[in-house]
Design a protein around this ligand. Structure first.
Ligand code: 13P
Length: 252
C-alpha cells in the first residue's frame, strides 16, 4: 500500500508570535508546490490560530502538541480537542516523551487523549519510544509494544487507519544522536506488525509511522528510504525554514 509521506514539525515551546507567523509565511512561499507529501507544523497552542491564518490556502497543515481528554469542564489551564479542532487544526501530537517525562503522562492518559482526538475529528500522532536505559537493557520492543497496546486500547478498527504513530527513541531526541536507519526500520517494522496483531493487515498497511529524534537535512534521505518509515516528526531542525524545507524536500 502506498502511504503518503508526512513531514511534521514540532516546535515545542519555541518562537514568539511574530516569528511564528513570519516562519509560516516564508515556509508557505517555499513549499507551496509540494504535492506528493504532506506538511504539518505544530506550534504552541496559543499560536495555532495566527499560524493557521498565515497558512490559509497553502498545503501546510497545522496541529497541536497536546490536548486534554475531556471535551469541556472545570479544568483550569487545559485546552480540549474540540477547541483545537474548532480553530481549524487537524492533528494533535499525543504522548510525546517530554510530556511523559515532565507532565506525568502515562499510557492511560495517552489513550484518553487519543480517544478525545478521535471524537472531535483530530488525527492523533501517537508517540512511543524507549529510553536509553531501556534500549541498553534490551527492552526496546517490549516497551514500544506495551506503549502501543495500552495507548491504542479501545480504538475501533474503523478509526485505526487514520492514526499516525511516531517512533521517537528518547535517547535520540535533542541529542544529535539519531537512530541509524537500520535501527529505526527495525522498530518501525515491529510497530507495523504489532498494529497487524491488533487491527489486521489492511489497517497496519495504511497507518503512517513517523520517525523522530535528531532528524536533520543530512540524515532525512536515508531515513526516508526505509520501507516502514513514512515520514518524520522533527524538533530542532523544524525551527529554521531552510532546514525544514530541505527535510520536506528529502530525496527519494
Ligand atoms: P529533535 O528533532 O530536536 O531531536 O526533537 C525530536 C522531537 O521530539 C520531535 O517531536
Amino acid at each position: 500500500m502506498k502511504r503518503k509521506p508526512l513531514i511534521a514539525g514540532n516546535w515545542k515551546m519555541f518562537k514568539a508570535e511574530a516569528e511564528a507567523v513570519l516562519f509560516a509565511e516564508e515556509l508557505a512561499l517555499r513549499v507551496g508546490d509540494v504535492q506528493d507529501r504532506e506538511i504539518l507544523v505544530c506550534p504552541p497552542s496559543v499560536y495555532i490560530y495566527p499560524v493557521l491564518h498565515a497558512l490559509t490556502n497553502t498545503p501546510v497543515m497545522v496541529g497541536a502538541q497536546n490536548v486534554f481528554w475531556e471535551d469541556q469542564g472545570a479544568f483550569t489551564g487545559e485546552v480540549s480537542a474540540p477547541m483545537i479542532r474548532s480553530l481549524g487544526a487537524r492533528h494533535a501530537i499525543i504522548g510525546h516523551s517530554e510530556r511523559r517525562q515532565y507532565f506525568a503522562e502515562t499510557d492511560e492518559t495517552v489513550n484518553r487523549r487519543l480517544m478525545a482526538c478521535l471524537r472531535s475529528g483530530l488525527t492523533p500522532i501517537v508517540c512511543v519510544g524507549e529510553s536509553l536505559q531501556e534500549r541498553e537493557a534490551g527492552r526496546t520492543l517490549d516497551v514500544v509494544g506495551s506503549q502501543l497496546k495500552a495507548g491504542l486500547a479501545h480504538v475501533k478498527a474503523d478509526d485505526a487507519p487514520g492514526l499516525i504513530i511516531a517512533y521517537e527513541p528518547v535517547w535520540a531526541i535533542g541529542t544529535g544522536r539519531t537512530a541509524t536507519p537500520g535501527i529505526a526500520q527495525e522498530v518501525h517494522a515491529f510497530i507495523r506488525s504489532t498494529l497487524t496483531g491488533i487491527f489486521g493487515t489492511g489497517v497496519s498497511a495504511a497507518v503512517r509511522i513517523l520517525y523522530g529524534g535528531s532528524v536533520k537535512p543530512d540524515n532525512i534521505d536515508e531515513l526516508m528510504a526505509q520501507a516502514d518509515i513514512d515520514g518524520a516528526l522533527v524538533g530542532g531542525a523544524s525551527l529554521e525554514v531552510a532546514s525544514f524545507e530541505r527535510i520536506i524536500r528529502y530525496k527519494g
